[in-house]
Design a protein. Sequence first.
Length: 61
Amino acid sequence: MCQQYKTEASMTKHNILFIGLDTHKTFTEVAYIEDQRGAKSTHFGKILSNKAAFKKLARQL
């Protein structure tokens, strides 16, 4: 029962991140916003459109 309570309590924390990707052949524009009222979007910038760049991005977010 304690385990269930901890799970429910963690669901109230704002830990959802929405990521927007505008993909092109050589680069991808990245922006993200947290799921909470009043949150502002953050423009992350351009990254290369390859697997290594996306892995690096995932570690930074």
